[in-house]
Write a protein that binds this ligand. Sequence first.
Ligand code: FAD
Length: 403
Amino acid sequence: MKHRIIVLGAGYTGAAAAGRLARRLHRDDVAITLVNADPDFVERVRLHQLAAGQDIGYRPLDEMFAGTGVELMTAKVTGVDADRKAVTVVGTSAGTGTDVRELEYDTLVYALGSGWNDQDVPGAAEHAHEVASRPGALRLRERLAGLAAGQPVVVVGGGLTGLEAATEIAEARPDLAVALAVRGGLGDHLSDKGRGHLRKVFGGLGITVHEHTAVTGVEADRVTTAGGGAIPAAVTVWATGFAVHPVARATTLETTGTGQIVVDATMRSVSHPEVYAVGDAAMATGPGEKPLRMSCASGTPTAWQAADAVAARLTGGKLPRIPVRYFNQCVSLGRREGLIQRVTADDRPIEAALTGRLAAVGKELICKGAAWAVANPTLGLPVRRRRVVREAARTGPSARASA
Ligand SMILES: Cc1cc2nc3c(=O)[nH]c(=O)nc-3n(C[C@H](O)[C@H](O)[C@H](O)COP(=O)(O)OP(=O)(O)OC[C@H]3O[C@@H](n4cnc5c(N)ncnc54)[C@H](O)[C@@H]3O)c2cc1C
């Protein structure tokens, strides 16, 4: 009987993990199933571009995985029973309507990523738009297209997604009155050079920046702020961070208060050794034992780490240690401007930053590279599919937990 590996989520990390596992393990020994709600791979890092009216293209997963041996299943994951080692999925099959199924696994890789985080701010869920999911970005795109010249758009959140969304919208629609509300100062988390560049670009695009402004409520035509103020907003874009999907929190897996699965250095659940978690869904630590930021930059190496650890444990190989560290924060500021902020291994900015057109080109190459890494998870290195050790296949990787 083959060792059954189920990968949940085919975003940057799940797709990379599934592809890498298929290139590491012998097809006669394992059955790898990749479950995703959408039939396409979504380039999430480009969703602000989609919202601003650009076409970012579709990448059907069946084309990406053709010939790899990975079986694709388009279905929504609704539950994981980590004690019984089973996953519940809901799909739609032609003519029969909703189709609820239970899938059993020997090894699970959980990579369901994250969505937007309304942080329970009153009115945000009802009135605000988001760019963390493709449906959300498409809704915002339609709403922006319906706005008349001069109407106000407020982006809430001064992190990387907020900066990217505000500049992309302002560049695409210079006729709109775009504003950004940030809790601290603009670019507080960047170097002096990075901050200075940000101010220049925001000024050039005519974006009004409301610094030291905490948004406390969202209404249909404005946002309200701490201290009793209000900013007019025909459209509010909420970009104050991401929240993981609730599936993991409803299991017996050990999770953080926010629902991320707690993993060890090999991305294996600390409570259930046959479960691995990667990307945004995992609470993993990087250099200095600091929790990793939800990002492709650190998420993709966690996928490689998990895949290689599963393969090593199943084949009796040496456990690999893939370095997970940061090099840059790469920010697009519209299509013509960008900022590549050099950072320390644990993500703190240093006084070195690339700006301007060159940075915009650099960021575009990084987005292309991230998508390429998903389709080429062994980074073009020779494929070596190893045989699974019988004992490990039968009892699962937990049998080799001490490896
Ligand atoms: C606008 C934007 C810009 C960004 N820019 C950058 C950047 O420049 N650099 C960077 O490093 N990071 C960036 N990020 C963050 C980055 O996109 C995420 O950290 C990354 O996508 C996480 O990868 P993941 O595989 O964990 O999750 P995802 O890429 O979100 O993939 C999760 C997958 O699981 C699927 N899924 C979710 N729930 C279910 C379910 N119940 N059933 C079945 N399938 C499900 C989803 O459809 C998706 O395919 C950006 C994010 C956004 C929104």
